[in-house]
Design a protein around this ligand. Structure first.
Ligand code: BG6
Length: 295
């Protein structure tokens, strides 16, 4: 299908009714619905679906830079580029516990001359997006160095989860970890809380985080499980009231319905020698909470 700018979108569907929509603009997942048709990712009502910016919501890919610590545009150029479909990509190594999906799309990004001017490294970025029978979503990124020299990059699956009310949400799996605080020049702190809850702006990179993180939405009785491989860090971001008001493509009150939890590689950039390939996987599932965590 085409979006309203004529850019192709691919819809993946499985018989249970779950679906995923992917835009070639950025290789961005713009929708993920469960078997009941409920949208699980946040999209701003003020989102601008027009290059050269990534739409505010879904899962933009941050590559080859996360944030603005570097010479490139914020979060790198991958989310602003038009990706192509690759029909017959080189096989993925099969010892992954994620297995193969029921509905799959393979995308490819290579640098343009413009990209090479600001970041002079030849790469091939392959992105495989799979929707499984039970509705869970996996994204596998492979970056290959096709350059004569090594290069380094940082990376994030900038995942905008849809939540009922940010004050009712907690994250489990990040307690006691160190984090770099983007609100104070990436100063390093240690998390003291039992679980992460929200009452003001949060913009942190939790370093060396476990492979499974849970985001519990009390009101919807829904838990998101984020599983990751090759991605040691986890970004947690909510702009809260003041920052939201300064963002053109986010409604003033919409921060209450979103939470970004990104599987990422930021603190220690990934370095690839010539011909080396890096793989970073994200698996997202949404389950009904079976118990209540009172706090
Ligand atoms: C987050 C960053 O991941 O993305 C924030 O940690 C940033 O600092 C946010 O504000 C949104 O970035 P952008 O470029 O999509 O507005």
């Amino acid at each position: 299908v085409k979006d309203w700018n004529g850019i192709d979108q691919i819809v993946l569907k499985v018989p249970s009714g779950a679906s995923v929509r992917v835009s070639l603009h950025g290789g961005q997942v713009v929708s993920w619905r469960n078997e009941k048709g409920e949208e699980l990712l946040f999209t701003s009502s003020k989102a601008i679906f027009k290059p050269p910016k990534a739409m505010r919501g879904g899962i933009p890919i941050c590559f080859p830079q996360f944030g603005n610590c570097g010479s490139l545009e914020q979060h790198g150029f991958a989310r602003n580029r038009i990706w192509s479909i690759e029909n017959d990509p080189p096989p993925l190594n099969t010892n992954s516990k994620f297995g193969s999906g029921k509905a799959t799309i393979n995308l490819l990004l290579k640098p343009t001359d413009d990209n090479l001017k600001s970041w002079p490294h030849c790469f091939e970025f392959r992105l495989r997006i799979c929707l499984f029978m039970d509705g869970h979503l996996s994204m596998t990124s492979r970056v290959r160095n096709v350059n004569g020299k090594p290069f380094s990059f940082s990376f994030a699956y900038h995942t905008y989860l849809s939540v009922s009310d940010i004050s009712e949400v907690r994250i489990e799996g990040l307690e006691t970890l160190d984090y770099l605080d983007n609100l104070s020049q990436r100063e390093r702190f240690t998390e003291q809380g039992d679980a992460i809850t929200f009452e003001s702006e949060v913009d942190r990179v939790y370093v060396g985080s476990p492979t499974v993180i849970a985001v519990l939405d009390h009101e919807k009785k829904r838990t998101f499980l984020i599983r990751k491989e090759g991605l040691p860090d986890t970004v947690v971001w909510n702009p809260w009231e003041k920052k939201s008001r300064s963002m053109l493509d986010l409604g003033d009150e919409e921060y209450k319905q979103m939470l970004c939890v990104d599987a990422a590689a930021i603190e220690k950039p990934i370095t690839l020698k010539p011909n080396e390939e890096w793989t970073g996987r994200l698996e997202l599932s949404s389950v009904l909470s079976t118990c209540c965590h009172d706090h």
